[in-house]
Ligand binder design. Structure first.
Ligand SMILES: *Cc1c(COP(=O)(O)O)cnc(C)c1O
Length: 426
């Protein structure tokens, strides 16, 4: 299929797979670790990256490739690598660029897992992270001047639902010739395509909306192919790699240098690919993504308005609300809906928040977001409990913050559940 000819809705349903005569209409699960070849030279060429093809499912697999092609097309990128989790996608998106001794820049309102990956684990790899406030032009310029080799931020942050000004960030990054990586998990490519605003690399936790049915942990990295690694002095990508007989990724793979290196260096060596069964399930979810994102967004806006009008609610953050400081940015970046996540605070602090969550009936307490079923969570005591109180504040999380992930159920039913829980607290 030539995805470029089609709209998002058509790509969701048909992208990445075109069966030939009498082949399965649905992409089969190729549950095979390995692939058979007729000659040793053919296998040698695969190892030397002279030929394309699957040889071992740690590096690539036909079912996973369908998902990679579809998501690359949805984002408008030219290649993608699916990983075992969103964490792996973010880790590899960085390692493909930065090495021990380098610094990277990240917005401080990241998802808790990514924050600890950067602040603690990457430090053990010798990579230092400079955290800066979101949408702070001056801080970004200073961090670049201090040596930051890339800027990483979430398009819509988890859980504070703050909107990244992608165009502004890209303009500053490109003025100083560094790449912009955007974690686009919350909007999904249906609501926002960061490449259209200048981002260079996009990552996702496919675990969330792309799967959407809470069945499969996974992640993906998508390359726009637009950043010039060689010209901008990214030697880790342009220099000859001794692990491949002195091949240079930029010379051999041109605009696909980054995404090829991510796969053949890091997925190969660290061993964190997506598996074919998860790719099959994730793709099944992805087929209806455009329908779900619309419904998640419509429902969340209704619920956010209900919460805003409730006497027991102290504050509500949802970028689709006119009262939100991110409303103007959301009109630019999230025109078709602001996704399904709301964060809000209950009057009465920690105890009232916990009691409220425990009193929900239909909406379930789960450590998840982006499922088609509604759920609630208390970040300070759950997903973000490893963060210091200072880091929590910088991440936009208060003691009474509740993250609501609004599903695709009937909103009257959801509002009744919310109301009944409010009645249980003082
Ligand atoms: C969940 C999440 C991740 C991590 O993804 P996993 O699939 O859980 O490893 C990264 N970024 C964002 C924005 C997320 O919501």
């Amino acid at each position: 299929m030539n995805e470029r000819k089609y709209d998002l809705e058509t790509i969701c349903a048909n992208g990445g797979y075109s069966p030939k005569n009498a082949e399965a209409r649905i992409c089969p699960i190729v549950q095979s670790t390995t692939f058979k070849y007729d000659s040793s030279d053919a296998v040698g060429d695969l190892f030397d990256l002279k030929a394309e093809g699957h040889m071992y499912s740690r590096i690539s697999n036909p079912t996973v490739e369908v998902l990679e092609k579809k998501i690359a097309a949805l984002e408008g990128g030219l290649g993608a690598v699916a990983t075992s989790s969103g964490q792996s996608a973010n880790l590899i998106s960085i390692l493909t660029i930065a090495e021990a001794g380098d610094s990277i820049i990240a917005a401080s309102n990241l998802y808790g897992g990514t924050y600890t990956l950067f602040s603690s684990t990457l430090k053990k790899f010798g990579i230092n992270t400079i955290f800066i406030p979101l949408n702070d032009e001056k801080a970004l310029e200073e961090a670049i001047k201090a040596g930051g080799k890339l800027f990483f931020a979430e398009s819509l942050s988890n859980p504070s639902v703050e909107v990244l000004d992608i165009e502004k960030a890209a303009r500053i990054c490109h003025k100083y010739n560094i790449p912009l990586i955007v974690d686009n998990t919350f909007p999904s490519p249906v609501l926002l395509r960061p490449f259209e605003f200048g981002a260079d690399i996009v990552t996702h936790s496919t675990t969330k909306y792309i799967d959407g049915h809470a069945t499969s942990v996974g992640g993906i990295i998508v390359d726009s192919g637009k950043f010039n690694w060689e010209k901008n002095g990214y030697k880790s990508i342009s220099d000859k790699d001794p692990a491949y007989h002195g091949l240079s990724y930029t010379e051999t793979f041109k605009e696909k240098a980054y995404i090829t290196k991510a796969r053949v260096c890091f997925i190969r060596d660290l061993g964190n690919p997506m598996n074919p069964f998860n790719a099959f399930l994730t793709n099944l979810g992805l087929e209806t993504l455009h329908l779900r994102m619309r419904k998640h967004s419509d429902n969340a806006l209704k619920i956010a308005k209900f919460l805003e009008s409730h006497e027991k609610v102290e504050w509500v953050n949802y970028p689709g609300l006119e009262s939100s400081p991110y409303y103007e940015l959301s009109k630019k970046y999230l025109k078709n809906g602001a996704s399904g996540v709301i964060s809000f605070g209950i009057k009465g602090g920690l105890e009232a928040s916990k009691k409220w969550i425990d009193s929900l009936n239909l909406i379930s307490l789960v450590v998840h977001v982006g499922d088609l079923r509604s759920s609630a969570l208390h970040p300070a005591s759950m997903t973000h409990r490893q963060l210091s109180s200072e880091a929590l504040e910088k991440a936009g999380i208060k003691e009474n913050s509740i993250r609501l992930s609004i599903g695709i159920e009937n909103t009257d039913d959801l509002i009744r559940d919310l109301k009944e829980a409010f009645e249980k607290i003082e």
